[in-house]
Design a protein around this ligand. Sequence first.
Ligand SMILES: C[N+](C)(C)CCCC[C@H](N)C(=O)O
Ligand SMILES: O=C(O)CCC(=O)C(=O)O
Ligand SMILES: [Fe+2]
Length: 421
Amino acid sequence: MWCHRLSHLQSRLQNLLRRGVPCWAFQQPNFKSLFPLAIHWHHTASESLKCAWQQHEDHFELHYASTVMRFDYVWLRDHCRSASCYNSKTHQRSLDTASVDLCIKPKTIRLDETTLFFTWPDGHVTKYDLDWLVRNSYEGQKQKVIQPRILWNAEIYQRAQVPSVDFQSFLETNEGLKNFLQNFLLYGIAFVENVPPTQEHTEKLAERISLIRETIYGRMWYFTSDFSRGDTAYTKLALDRHTDTTYFQEPCGIQVFHCLKHEGTGGRTLLVDGFYAAEQVLQKAPEEFELLTKVPLKHEYIENVGECHNHMIGVGPVLNIYPWNKELYLIRYNNYDRAVINTVPYDVVHRWYTAHRTLTVELRRPENEFWVKLKPGRVLFIDNWRVLHGRESFTGYRQLCGCYLTRDDVLNTARLLGLQA
Ligand SMILES: C[N+](C)(C)CCCC[C@H](N)C(=O)O
Ligand SMILES: O=C(O)CCC(=O)C(=O)O
Ligand SMILES: [Fe+2]
């Protein structure tokens, strides 16, 4: 039965291949005079100068700029950038995708120096710039990272001597803001110096790069060890490394800390690059890394203190990766707030604990710990999707203010300044 089906499939495949129309063309007209037979150039011309395409039964194959790309015909029709299909002022699609025949194929295909021309059965013509296709193809995308980063342990970070940005230049110059954001994007942490130690000035700073994300803790928060809220953060106890708001469906993107006062001892802040630790897990135990990307977990915040009544639940794996290029973009790690595990059966649970242990060992390596004492005037921004924070226990009166930022808006500002984010 299987053999039969298989051979049937094979002959279908061969038929399809036979029906494919190979079509090789080169873009450099100069080369034409040197090598009159186009097909020979395939081996001699440099990859970046030539383009070759082939029309298959169920996809279009393009070789260009050292990239082999395969495009679905519906995708090609859907991405037509002609004036009737796409509004280039609003950058929005006008074409009703649902009106495209799912079996659509071009009637004719033509290539000139830099552009492919597709004529569809109804006569509509679509032009594709070859470089646009490379930039926007799946094959082109999966070789690229969405966000370039420098992963660090304490030594790497300290050796990098990342400069802090001055309050004034952060607020008043695009260059100051851009330098700050560039470092923030690369390392997941960044400092601003000489900030007047008030909540108002901290707020101004935050508003310069983003919208403040209001949460159950307020817009700007201001806290001491008064146990005014049902959470260990509001005590003098030590807090092991963690990310915040793991119990939100979308954890807060950025956390801002400004220590306005501390009269006492201890209270240093611990920072650990979660992506560096995850990378170690990937190197040492790739199947454990994968499990941490797959097992969904709940985190929970239950509060009944004074007037504060909250019950938050967020679901997601510890490691979140983009499926097409496997790039890590979010780590959700808070052992205090992790809820009952009831989303996977016992055997998976056990493997998950093993993988979680491997990650925890990496996160706890002393060489990965970067300790800082926050001081009035020095504001710390933390990428809460990447860098874990913690604190040492302390004595005396300690006042911290800060806020969370909307990640989308931080990245928006970065992109507008010309940064890759
Ligand atoms: C910063 N601020 C004190 C407002 C937040 C406290 C949140 C603490 C919580 N356990 C979490 O990790 O999300
Ligand atoms: O007190 C600190 O330094 C930080 C506490 C903490 O983890 C938090 O507020 O999210
Ligand atoms: Fe925290």
